[in-house]
Design a protein around this ligand. Sequence first.
Ligand code: S3P
Length: 433
Amino acid sequence: MSADWIASRGGPLHGELLVPGDKSVSHRAIMFGALAEGVTRIDGFLEGEDTRATAAIFRQLGVRIEAPSDGVRIVHGVGLHGLQPTDEALDCGNAGTAMRLLAGLLAGQRFDSTLVGDESLSKRPMRRVIDPLAAMGAMIESNDGSAPLRIRGGQALHGVDATLPVASAQLKSALLLAGLYAEGETRVHEPHPTRDYTERMLTAFGVPCEFAPGFAAVRGGETLHATDVSVPADFSSAAFFIVAASLVPGSELLLRRVGMNPRRTGLLQVLRLMGADIVEENAGEQGGEPVADLRVRHAPLHGIEVPVEHVPDMIDEFPVLFVAAACATGATVVRGAAELRVKESDRIATMATGLRALGIKVDETPDGATIHGGSLHGGSVESHGDHRIAMAFAVAAQLADGEVRIGEIANVATSFPGFDALACRIGMELRAG
Ligand code: S3P
């Protein structure tokens, strides 16, 4: 089933808003709560399709998970060795994080399991996780490097000292989760530091985990102890409104309690280099993570060369950065971002095609693009079922001189249910088409 949005220029954006909980933290809270001894309460859980898929999988594996109210989950942990086998395939839907982390976690079980996903997830590369897990002794069959993944249980895993070929928190996390079941120590080195939620959350669950930017290590056989998790607002969801308020003249928005883990906030550095006016207020901590309120005022942006070192820290924000670049004066150059080609869609191609359809000149390269700032016109764009592309074009439409039809928006519910209502509340124009 395909649904569309029709979006167009709204007024200046005003108001205060709290975006939904962090997707990465919500997935991990369910997983670690399930493997822990005791009961874990999660507040601020993202009620998205991706994170609900993870919760449904753990229910299939015998874990009792209560949902007493929106954004709350009570996970009755079964301990490291308490998951139960199921004959049914485990459906990760659109969620790459679920599939890759679970590949590591399930490789350590005594039973077999099968992970499946939707059409997009079934095309995404899984060899990057299968091969390093195989080096630990895991047995995983795939469909020529893609899902379904058939994971053979009962393997004796052993620790490794691995250097990952790509900067990916999902790969690092898969190895650390397998490492919980492995004999000896599992040490993971990354080519560039990535988000460290697995390391931080293992520590919060009482597992000794050594970590520093670009490195993490765990020992097998440790016990996870239940602890409550308070999930901060997702920076990646806030990003759409940060860019929208920066671009639309006369705007001022206050985004409350946004997760500010430095491995996630590369977009702030880049927007500031482009001239954005973003002030951090009330800096504090929530559930062991830095949070802050972000006050964003309109400011004229200019194109830059995006420093390559920021790329992993803003890997999910490129669709909306492309929109900022389209509205900036001059050219913005993105390099070192080939990973964008294997996200929920090929985000370089999808954004380049859509922006061109709205009148912007974009030169694609294998690992990035040059976006020439200009004037956005109305038109039709495809999101290819990619949630972040759909939301990025809803922001672009706020600057366009005509209506923008955005195709295939249903997957917005994977990460940001209620985006359209929140967007309209602060002054954006967006409706079902
Ligand atoms: C995530 C890691 C990133 C990110 C994804 C969530 C995670 O993927 O794009 O949305 O929760 O670990 P990669 O590890 O493939 O970069």
